[in-house]
Structure formats: C-alpha cells, structure tokens
Design a protein around this ligand. Structure first.
Ligand code: FES
Length: 287
C-alpha cells in the first residue's frame, strides 16, 4: 500500500517539480525581507516545527463539520466550517515558511501536499458560500465539504510523508548520543587549529566546526540541525555561525539557534589540549 501511494505521489513530479520551483522562488523572495515573521512561523520560539503542530487543529475541526452534517446540525456544521477555514489559512502560513526552505524530493511532495490543501480550501469556501447563501440547499455544499475532507486527508498523508519518510524539519541530531569520552581531534592534515575562522575537524565519527581564539576553542557539530548543511562552509558572524544552505544561525558558545529555519539547537562540544600533550581532544557537552 505504502509503495503504491509513494509511486502515485512521485508520478506527480512532472507538474509538481516546476510548480514547486516557481513557488519556492517567490516565497524565498518574500520571506527574505521578513526573517522575524518567518522565524515565528517556523516555530523556533517553540523549539518545535509550528506547522506540524498547527495542522492538527483544522483537521480536527473539519472532522466536526462531517459529524455535524451527518447528525443534521446545520448551524453547528457551518460554525465549524468557518473555524476550519480560518485555521487552515493560519496553518498554511507556517507551511509556506517551511516550504521556502525545502529542497529536492521533499519539495516535490510538499507541492503535492500544498496543492491538495489549496483545492480543499477552495471547495470548503464554495461550500460555505452556498451554506450561507441559502438554508434550503444543503446537499451540494455538504458533498463539496465531504470531498474537501477527503482531499485534506490525502494532503495530510502526503505531508506526513514529507516529515516522517523524508525527514523534512526533523532534527538531524535526533539519534546522536551525548557521550562522555574525550576523543582525539583529527585536524585533516593541518598543523594546528587556525585562529578566528571556521575550521572543520573530526572527532571519531563526528564532524565538528571549530572557532579558535587563543587557547579557547568553541565547537559545534558541523552538520546543521535543520537539513544537514555543512556549517564549516558557512559564515562566521560575531560569535555566530550561519549555515550556507538556508541561513540558520547558531551561537558558537552554546549551540543556541538564533535564527531559523532550524527550530533545534546545535550539539555543542568541549575542546581541550590532549592529555598526552600532542594535539587536541573533544567531547560533547551534556544537556
Ligand atoms: S541545512 Fe537548512 S539552514 Fe542549515
């Protein structure tokens, strides 16, 4: 079943890829001028993707529309429909912010997801207009809202696929253990850690990005928590590293996420002179 649905979704690439690229261009241009609002919509303040949380509300309320229609409660169904449309619109804002930083296959599937939701929203709007226009004619508006509900369900499935199958907006360090052992740093052939610049080193299986000031070394994991961008290739900005892929910023001192699209902090490491006296060693800080 899952394989069939995945093939069906991916078969939409012929229109979803160019349409997604087009939407991505204008959304990126729009949000580039409003980082604060974009951050708010990603959910950095919550430490959790806002879209994933906010989509539960319209789906729940739109389920009530079906229930009230079946029970023959037109007033309650209409109120639920108004609330469902408003909540869909609000949820679409956070979805648009995430979409503007979504690439590759995830963007194609997110385009299918968004398109299904927009078509459902249009059907719901027409249904609402008909319901408010005449209390006599109920059959067609009810049919439209049921079709809308089926589209929302299909859209939610595709949206879940984007998060759970493709890992979009999932913390790239979700499965990384904290560890307590000091591990020797491999400087990749460099004689020493250079001063005042982003420098990549490895500690066992982990890549780190380091910034040295004298004997003080600030270190974070090198893989961006948002979507795996290489932080060592980003920008160093006054104690903050900016990811080269979508512009997330992390404070080097503690890994705190200063700007989205990441909603997750970056793992931080301690670095010291090796006890043997040769080279450096690192370990992940706790918490
Ligand atoms: S990978 Fe997206 S901001 Fe780093």
């Amino acid at each position: 079943m899952a394989r069939f649905l995945t093939r069906l979704i991916d078969a939409q690439a012929f229109w979803a890829r160019p349409f997604g690229d087009f939407n991505h261009r204008w959304l990126s241009a729009l949000f580039r001028r409003m980082w604060t609002i974009k951050d708010l919509l990603h959910g950095r303040w919550l430490g959790h993707p806002l879209h994933a949380a906010s989509t539960d509300l319209p789906i729940g309320v739109l389920t009530l529309v079906v229930v009230f229609d079946v029970l023959g409660q037109p007033g309650a169904a209409d109120v639920a429909l108004i609330a469902g449309i408003v909540l869909m619109l609000l949820s679409a804002l956070s979805g648009a912010a995430d979409y503007s930083d979504t690439d590759g296959t995830a963007r194609i599937r997110a385009t299918v997801h968004a398109t299904l939701m927009v078509v459902a929203l249009v059907l719901y709007a027409v249904s609402l207009a008909m319901r408010l226009g005449s209390s006599e004619v109920r059959t067609l508006p009810i049919v439209l809202s049921v079709v809308g509900y089926l589209l929302v369900t299909a859209g939610a499935f595709v949206g879940g696929d984007v998060a759970y199958v493709l890992g979009n907006m999932v913390n790239r360090h979700a499965f990384r253990g904290t560890g307590t052992k000091w591990v020797a740093l491999d400087l990749g052939g460099a004689a020493d850690i250079p001063e005042g610049q982003l420098f990549k080193a490895t500690a066992g299986a982990n890549s780190l990005v380091l910034v040295r000031t004298g004997e003080t070394i600030l270190a974070l994991h090198e893989t961006c928590a948002h979507a795996g961008g290489p932080l060592a290739e980003g920008k160093l900005l006054d104690g903050v590293v900016e990811c080269p892929w979508h512009g997330s910023r992390f404070r080097l001192a503690d890994g705190h996420a200063m700007r989205g699209p990441t909603v997750y902090d970056q793992p931080r490491y301690e670095v010291r002179r090796a006890e043997s006296g040769a080279g450096w060693e690192a370990r992940r800080t706790q918490g």
